[in-house]
Design a protein around this ligand. Structure first.
Ligand SMILES: Nc1ncnc2c1ncn2[C@@H]1O[C@H](COP(=O)(O)OP(=O)(O)OP(=O)(O)O)[C@@H](O)[C@H]1O
Ligand SMILES: [Mg+2]
Length: 518
């Protein structure tokens, strides 16, 4: 890592009043550019983060937010421009150089050692040791402290792979806190976290700020950004739109800068099915934490499944999809008892699941967009009797879908892993849309998706229901469950503790049922 002399602070690119008042930025990027094949991810971007501020970073999927943060933390090298730390130009040869300066990144995609314990992951590289031997008692104790400060209430000796995605995210946050960071960069920290965990995370951010730590906070949840940050930078198409004091902007203005237009009504009209024809009936379903659950899903209905993390929501839909074993219960589809013991059987019967963990279970990240989208329906494009796939037809069908969902990509041949997080999500939705399933299950469909794309996904869900499919939606953003569902089942500790319909559906009612007597 090379350090060269500072240029004068007056030359700072961010000339806002606050910036002047608070002095020299701790971390700064000047005229940063970065290209990938076919994409300009960063185009002459300058940003400055001040000591002790919480700085929001917002923008559409693919706007370049993660790329900017990766350049500022040494994960990617810049093509041009410079990175400054406390006014001095720095060159990070490896990410560890940034860590040495106290820059900690909590990346957007889960990146932990799955076979190691939560404690080992949290304390990686900083384990207390004596005479070269790790003091495991001390490691676990310190890890437990940090974990509980972010409300991660699990045995820290458990392997990370046995934890839910939300718990794994909390492990990553705890890992950054265990080091004495000076700048903590959080790239979509609240994806898949529920209310309680989000509140805990907000408390963590406030505590960091009190301790003088700079927090860079990327989120598509604009209410969070408006609540937590001191300043906010908007990016669009690889460029910086502007940096504002947060007190000087509101949500409609941010939305307008992010997507270039006003959003209008976020949720589509709720069109109730004319007759309630049962499509899927579940009786006495048990397995994992789930006990004796019975419910019906009707044609044309959007059924919300609410509950805290660990209430069994995800397990219910994984059993319906044949991804987890059932210990008991019957499933009836269109009046006929069906046996579903694998995802393949579920797909054959017309049940589709968009899972919560899109990288682990949702898609094959090494494969192209086209291959991912056509995976469940590949037979339709295969020439009868011959083993190969008609690539042209496949690509046309895929491009039609992904362009409807505005997936930002130069080509359908791109590997899924090179898309931004939100665009990966939209690709996986396109995949299920093409299967013409009868029952669609969406587990956290808008995780990491920008405001414009959220609206598109909501209208897609409503359209599936209008055309007669039954839809089950799980979302940790209660606003979405309330805005979309015709009916909501609330789960607690593996059981259904309440059902809300029509006007009864509200965030307050759902929360009351979640916590009642808990
Ligand atoms: N390693 C890479 N190789 C090729 N292209 C990449 C790579 N990383 C990012 N890109 C592309 O650069 C652009 C910016 O992506 P980036 O991940 O920075 O967006 P983002 O603003 O973080 O989006 P999201 O909100 O979806 O996370 C996108 O078009 C993306 O496909
Ligand atoms: Mg990103």
């Amino acid at each position: 890592m090379g350090v060269t002399d500072a240029s004068a602070p007056e030359q700072r690119t961010d000339g806002s009043v606050e910036a002047q008042a608070q002095g020299q930025p701790i971390l700064e990027g000047r005229s940063l550019s970065k290209r990938f094949p076919g994409v300009v991810a960063l185009d002459d971007v300058s940003v400055a983060f001040l000591p002790g501020e919480v700085h929001g970073l917002v923008g559409e999927n693919g706007a370049g937010k993660s790329t900017l943060l990766k350049v500022l933390s040494g994960i990617y090298g810049e093509d041009s421009g410079e990175v400054l730390f406390e006014g001095r130009q720095v060159r990070f040869a490896v990410p560890a150089d940034a860590v040495k300066l106290g820059i900690e990144v909590i990346p957007q995609e889960l990146s932990l050692a799955p076979g190691l314990s939560a404690a080992e992951n949290i304390m990686m590289g900083i384990q207390p040791s004596r005479f070269g031997r790790v003091r495991w008692g001390a490691v676990n104790r310190r890890a437990r402290e940090v974990a509980s400060s972010v409300h991660l209430e699990v045995d820290v000796r458990r392997k990370v792979e046995t934890l839910s995605p939300a718990q794994q995210r909390l492990v990553m946050i705890a890992r950054a806190l265990a080091r004495n960071a000076r700048v903590v960069i959080m790239d979509e920290p609240t994806v898949s976290l529920t209310e309680t965990e989000v509140e805990a995370l907000k408390a963590v951010v406030r505590r960091l700020k009190r301790d003088g730590v700079t927090v860079v906070y990327v989120s598509h949840r604009l209410d969070e950004v408006l609540e937590l940050t001191d300043r906010v930078t908007v990016m669009k198409d690889g460029r910086k739109v502007d940096t504002h004091p947060t007190s000087a902007v509101d949500k409609p203005q941010l939305v307008k800068e992010i997507i270039g237009r006003s959003l209008g009504e976020q949720f589509p009209d709720r069109v109730l099915p004319r007759t309630m024809t049962p499509l899927l009936s579940v009786r006495n379903l048990s397995g994992g934490p789930v006990r004796d659950l019975s419910f019906d899903l009707h044609r044309g209905e959007i059924l919300g499944l609410a509950g805290l993390v660990g209430s069994g929501r995800t397990e219910v839909v994984r059993m319906l999809f044949g991804a987890d074993p059932k210990h008991g219960g019957e499933i009836t589809l269109e009046g006929r008892a069906v046996k579903i013991s694998s995802p393949r059987q579920a797909i054959a019967r017309g049940i589709a699941l968009l899972p919560e963990d899109r990288r682990g279970q949702g898609g094959v990240v090494e494969m192209s967009i086209a291959a991912n989208v056509t995976l469940p329906i590949i037979r339709r494009f295969a020439v009868r009797g011959v083993g190969f796939v008609r690539e042209g037809a496949e690509r046309r069908a895929v491009m039609e879908r992904i362009s409807r969902l505005n997936v930002a990509t130069p080509s359908a041949k791109r590997p899924l892993k090179l898309l931004s997080g939100g665009n990966q999500q939209k690709t996986l939705i396109a995949k299920w849309e093409l299967t013409k399933a009868k029952v669609f299950i969406f587990d956290e469909p808008t995780a990491g998706v920008d405001v414009g794309a959220k609206q598109e996904i909501f209208s897609l869900i409503a359209e599936l229901a209008r055309t007669g499919a039954g839809v089950i939606v799980i979302s940790s953003e209660l606003e979405e469950v309330v805005g979309l569902s015709h009916r909501v089942l609330v789960m607690r500790e593996g059981r259904c503790v309440g059902e809300l319909r029509g006007d009864q559906i509200s965030e307050a009612e759902i929360l009351a049922l979640c916590y009642e007597a808990a």
